[in-house]
Design a protein around this ligand. Structure first.
Ligand SMILES: [Zn+2]
Ligand SMILES: [Zn+2]
Length: 286
């Protein structure tokens, strides 16, 4: 099954050279598109800024950083001190900032945003919403690990393996580690197919880099007055571009004044999605 999907992906990419939107649809199932960090070496290290406020979350970040480093991967991760506040979770050039807070009854469990300059990721954030993770339904190690693993990897440029709720035993699926599955570790880690897709995304080299140097401190870059961040207001995500049939996964796109694009990937709660799978769920939380 996985092989078949991958073949289709390769085929679609080839067809895409002739110029068609089919390629984009197929690619969107796996990567967000062709988005990637610019880098000049086959393997690079992405700094994950730890702005997490609880050990329940920092333990999950430690685990997923280790899991993503354990495969045959072009993207190594290194956890560094956070450079923003958990609540605002502002982007910092060349890094992914990882945050948790009680962001409110807004319907989402996890949120990943990347800022793009052309096809290149320049900075990203991954946010976990304690408003839901502190409730009985979602408050377990496996659901936390699943969402942490997925949001962090979206900032690598990686998309989902499936969105129908089935388990591919990858954190890039929408299996729900809740209810009778709360004790299941299935879908809490990347699988071989995730690493295969990452190697495809990063098969080429760039002549420049958008990745912050390691080691060394991360200094927030001057933004020239243009705010490319999303805020805690869902209206700041921009337009809804794509949503899974079951309504649990959405991608929003915002065009910024500096010519960059901010993409936001939303992992909705079961309840928010079930309410109206095809709706823009933001309308229910205004
Ligand atoms: Zn490139
Ligand atoms: Zn996702």
């Amino acid at each position: 099954m996985r092989k078949k999907i991958f073949k289709r992906l390769a085929l679609a990419a080839t067809i895409g050279l002739a110029g068609t939107s089919i390629a984009n649809v197929a690619l969107a199932n796996h990567a967000w598109g062709t988005y990637h960090w610019a880098r000049t070496t086959p393997q690079f290290t992405l700094k994950l800024g730890n702005n997490l406020t609880t050990t329940a979350w920092s333990a999950r970040l430690t685990q997923t950083a280790s899991d993503w480093n354990a495969g045959n991967t072009p993207v190594l991760t290194a956890i560094v001190a956070g450079s923003t506040s958990a609540r605002t979770c502002k982007m910092v050039a060349g890094t992914t900032q990882v945050c948790n807070a009680s962001y409110g009854n807004n319907g989402w469990l996890g949120l990943a945003s990347i800022n793009l300059s052309g096809d290149h990721i320049t900075q990203g954030t991954a946010k976990m919403n304690d408003t839901y993770f502190n409730t009985a339904t979602y408050n377990n190690v496996n659901e936390r690990e699943h969402v942490m693993c997925q949001e962090v990897a979206h900032t690598f440029g990686l998309g989902h393996q499936s969105e129908d709720g089935s388990s591919q035993n990858s954190c890039m699926d929408y299996f729900s580690n809740t209810g009778s599955n709360a004790g299941s570790t299935v879908s809490t880690k990347p699988n071989a197919h995730d690493f295969s897709v990452l190697n495809t995304i990063y098969a080429h080299l760039d002549s420049t880099t958008t990745v912050a140097a390691t080691p060394g401190p991360v200094v927030a870059a001057a933004k020239g007055g243009v705010d490319v961040d999303i805020s805690n207001d869902p209206a700041s995500w921009g337009a809804l571009m794509k949503q899974s049939a079951n309504g649990r996964s959405s991608i929003y796109q915002r065009f910024n004044q500096d010519g960059s694009v901010t993409l936001t990937h939303v992992f909705w709660t079961n309840e928010a999605a079930a309410n109206c799978p095809s709706c823009d769920h933001r309308r229910n939380f205004r």
